[in-house]
Design a protein. Sequence first.
Length: 277
Amino acid sequence: MTAYALSNPAMRLMLSARLDRFFQMAMKPFALLGALVAIVACTLYLQPGMTQKLESQALMWLLDRFESRHGMTPNPDAVERATAIDPADLPKQQAALAHWLSRKYRVAPEPVSALVAEAYELSHNAKLDPTLILSVMAIESSFNPFAQSPVGAQGLMQVMTKVHKDKFDSFGGNLATFDPVSNLRVGVKVLKDCVDRAGSVTGGLRLYLGAGPQTDDGGYVAKVLAEQQRLQQVAAGRSVPTFIAPSAVPAPAAVKPDSPATPPLADKVAVAQPTEN
């Protein structure tokens, strides 16, 4: 546009009118959009149920998209069910135990960390050394939460589930024996009862195994106490090898030729006699 046209009052007036009309036309879509947003907001505010419905539909759409793309159904709540803790979140002593047990028994440090923390928590009420609890767990199941013996001892602490079924009632029933924390809590309760009945840790371990005073325990007590000693050294900050040469391990008491290689559990039902809570 020429300088003459800009200096002409009539031209300037016409240009101003056209610009006003252009801005009015351009603003109409934004005004319409703003009105729609306001209407939707008012509707959602007055009808909360509609908000939940829209959120549910949006979530279902996202889940369908995820499943079609990745071939599996997502479950955002899965992490809440996982029995795991970052070892870095534990006190130094507990973290050292978790890492050592993880290396020795070839299990992930995160679930072991959760079990170490739980053992320390339970040890206060049970008045048992947490390293004793962890040692029993190690010898009984090698930290396999799904372990089962030929006589029916199950889970991390190899609890006789059928005999101690009353102790699992508060956890939802017998199947809770395969929940690591539930099994650990019941196992510690049984171990505490055994130690109290026997009057000593050694006698309590024999009762926990199911071995009577005159019954050969197959070296079970010696194994648990030896493992506890190693764990105590780890907790004290010492360097402890995870592999012990066979010659360095005390020879267990004689085992019958037809007995399994692991500590005999055939009499473990004797441990299972419920005690008064």
